[in-house]
Design a protein around this ligand. Structure first.
Ligand code: EPU
Length: 343
């Protein structure tokens, strides 16, 4: 039987252009996956073999070469599944670039994703860590995703409630980690009347600056793009993986103790008993913002972002991240956890 797709893998494949940190590391074997049939075939032929699933490479730090078969998920296509007067269900295959998908929905005047403009990465990895920005998370518009079971090659649909979404969390990072490959994601987006969310202070300020009183979703998207460009480095210019750490959620008791010592500590309520503290603030207070150590550093405009000035190794960035964790803990007694996957 002849396959219409390429089953040939590449050996010793450089991943430098496949991780937004721009770190030099290689894959023992690599293949780009362009169709569901090809994915099925490759999985069936490699049962029991160690696999590494690669999406946009925007949320990982490579600290070593990958001694496995790397599957680069490159499934493409966007389609409208159903439409009513007020909403549309839009499906994107997992290999689409997230920001291109967001622009496509805005172009079609479909609302819900505009606050998450310009986030790097591919659509298929967005549910894994429930990406979010400026008051919106994937879980707010996510209907379901299709995912292939690596062991059986069957497709299962995961509905929103099953995904156990939390702050940068989902079932895909936890209970069923490493068992599925997400192939497509469905979003429920608004048509006609949109619920604009400009509650995040930066957005309000950016719209006011441009004298926009009744923002359209395209205005919100443009505002978010402007804010992100002013704070977050473009991986094309300066290797990075967005926020390196999660914002820690601490108990009210611990928070009160820290606040007594540092009265101007920033914080946001999460539940009655917990508050979220911006890790960027903690790192800045610990004196790291804008500092450079060899080829690695802490971004000048946003302390939550670690950067590769060129030629940094994953180990170098990992070491810097550990020093930051220890310093922050020593100063505040709060442990900040990496958001980025350390490979
Ligand atoms: N802050 C500082 N110093 C800094 C950075 C931030 O004091 O160097 C303070 C700010 O003053 C502000 C607070 O921290 O009061 C929050 O800062 P910001 O609005 O920049 O957001 P963040 O909490 O640092 C989170 C997400 C980002 C997302 C923004 C906007 C996480 C880990 N990060 O950052 O997501 O874009 O909110 O919603 O939750 C990502 O996950 O990769 C990412 C970029």
């Amino acid at each position: 039987k002849h396959s219409s797709y390429n089953m040939e893998t590449q050996k010793n494949f450089s991943l430098k252009n496949h991780n937004t940190f721009g770190i030099e590391a290689s894959a023992a074997e690599y293949i780009s996956i362009d169709s569901i049939e090809q994915l099925k075939d490759v999985l069936a032929k490699n049962v029991g073999r160690e696999l590494f699933i690669l999406g946009g490479g925007s949320n990982m730090l490579l600290t070593k070469d990958i001694d496995a078969l790397v599957l680069h998920i490159n499934l493409r296509g966007i389609e409208t599944i159903s439409e009513t007067e007020n909403c549309a269900i839009v499906r994107s295959q997992s290999g689409e670039k997230w920001h291109d998908f967001v622009l496509y929905t805005i172009e079609k005047d479909l609302g819900g994703l505009e606050n998450m403009s310009l986030i790097p990465g591919n659509v298929g990895t967005t549910p894994i860590q429930n990406i979010g920005a400026y008051g919106t998370e994937i879980k707010d518009t996510f209907v379901s995703c299709n995912a292939m079971n690596i062991a059986t090659q069957e497709i299962k649909t995961f509905y929103n409630e099953e995904c156990e979404f939390g702050y940068r969390e989902s079932i895909f990072k936890n209970k069923i980690k490493g068992q599925y490959i997400i192939t497509s994601v469905d979003f429920k987006l608004s048509r006609g009347e949109h619920k604009i969310n400009t509650s995040y202070g930066d957005i309000t300020a950016e719209l006011a600056k441009n004298n926009i009183v009744q923002p359209k979703i395209s205005d919100v998207s443009k505002a978010v793009i402007a804010i992100r460009q002013s704070k977050l480095p473009n991986p094309k210019d300066l290797g990075n993986s967005g926020s390196f750490f999660k914002n820690p959620i601490v108990s009210k008791e611990i928070f009160d103790k820290v606040q007594a010592k540092f009265p101007d500590i920033r914080h946001f309520p999460v539940t009655d008993t917990e508050v979220k503290v911006p890790a960027g603030w903690l790192i800045e207070q610990a004196g790291f913002k804008g500092k450079r150590f060899g080829n690695a550093g802490i971004h000048v405009n946003q302390a939550l972002v670690l950067v590769n000035y060129g030629g940094a190794t994953g180990a170098e960035i990992l070491k810097l991240s550990q020093e930051i964790q220890q310093e922050v803990f020593a100063k505040f007694g709060i442990w900040i956890e990496a958001e980025v996957n350390i490979i």
